[in-house]
Design a protein around this ligand. Structure first.
Ligand SMILES: Nc1ncnc2c1ncn2[C@@H]1O[C@H](COP(=O)(O)OP(=O)(O)OP(=O)(O)O)[C@@H](O)[C@H]1O
Length: 328
């Protein structure tokens, strides 16, 4: 990465406190996001993607706790900030978009009030300008009849319209980075594609960096510059999106791609799922957590936790990575 990173996460570990034990949920996770970059975070359900996203903006709640790790935004250490300081970072410097729009919207306030409140809290601009921008944001996220939308309450809008407003709210204070956790998953398939197009357009226009959490490889292929693949609380592969899709190096990444519907030679959609299931919290196998499901596993995979190591392009945490030119 040529540019100094905007967001730096180093050795982030998160534990779950249960029955007197601290069980690892996230283990030694490190990644960077450059200014303006989109980092995709993918992996099966339960891999720790949402927990990682919540940790970035200090939204973890007990029984989850950060046990170690440094999180920096520019020169500022977020992990050392007080809850009060973090409240100023959230919304202003870091926007967020969650799966369920209702978690980001206040059900009793009009859309206009929520947009103007957010801008008022974070931007040093006058009332008239805030009003103008609220209207402009509603138009910009593609909603018809913006005056009416500004007066509406969230429940008067459709799910897709609400998620458009959440996107406007996440961006209206001009954050440096947005954390988007499954931003399209709750929407109808037909609306999902529109929402991705909108996010892509706005990303291009604003240059805001993004951490895009999704279980959907199609979404990262469309949106992300680089991808971090999570498995059982660890980053197992990190690479530029084009490299990752051209030659996945970690067998889990290759497996995920096999589990994504892809057309065969006759154009029929085929899915080859990875056999077995991801281990749950507190039930991690020894060595590489993926080894019981891995077709390439060797005896040493049972013993050694592979470090995330540099390959020709990107990083993979695997003792026996796939060769670069062969695609499994
Ligand atoms: N509040 C909580 N209490 C107990 N366990 C939790 C809590 N939040 C998350 N977990 C557990 O932590 C692990 C990681 O969850 P996380 O939601 O981050 O996974 P994910 O990769 O985002 O998957 P999904 O796509 O299903 O959200 C899971 O095993 C989950 O059950």
């Amino acid at each position: 990465m040529m540019q100094a990173p905007l967001l730096t996460v180093r050795n982030l570990s998160i534990t779950l406190h249960r029955e007197g034990k601290h069980l690892p949920v996230l283990n030694d996770v490190s990644f960077d996001v450059a200014p303006g970059e989109v980092l995709g975070v993918v992996g099966e359900s339960g891999a720790g993607k949402s927990v990682a996203g919540a940790a970035l903006i200090d939204l973890l709640v007990p029984p989850l706790r950060r046990s170690s790790g440094e999180i920096s935004l520019g020169r500022d250490r977020l992990d050392l900030m007080s809850p009060r300081q973090m409240r100023n970072v959230r919304g202003k410097r870091v926007g967020f978009i969650f799966q369920d729009p209702m978690t980001s919207l206040n059900p009793v306030l009009s859309i206009g009030k929520q947009l103007t409140d957010t801008m008022q809290a974070h931007l040093k601009i006058g009332r008239a300008e805030i009003k103008r921008r609220a209207l402009a944001w509603v138009e910009r996220v593609g909603l018809p009849n913006p005056e009416r939308i500004l007066k509406a309450a969230p429940h008067e809008l459709s799910g897709g319209q609400r998620q458009r407003i959440v996107i406007a709210l996440a961006l209206c204070a001009e954050p440096e980075i947005v954390i988007a956790d499954e931003p399209t998953t709750a929407l109808d398939v037909s609306v999902q594609a529109q929402m991705l197009d909108l996010m892509r357009t706005l990303h291009k226009e604003t240059g805001t960096a993004m951490v895009l959490i999704t279980h959907d490889l199609g979404v990262v292929a469309k949106m992300a510059d680089r991808v971090a693949v999570f498995y059982a609380g660890r980053v197992v592969e990190l690479a530029a999106t084009s490299d990752l899709f051209a030659t996945p190096r970690h067998p889990y990444t290759a497996g995920l791609m096999g589990a994504t519907p892809a057309p065969d030679a006759e154009g029929r959609m085929q899915v080859v799922p990875i056999p077995g299931a991801m281990p749950g919290i507190g039930a991690l196998p020894s060595g590489c957590a993926f080894h019981p499901r891995c077709t390439r596993a060797q005896p040493d995979c049972r013993e050694i936790v592979p470090p995330l190591a540099a390959l020709e392009a990107g990083l993979a945490a695997c003792l026996h990575p796939l060769p670069r030119e062969v695609r499994s």
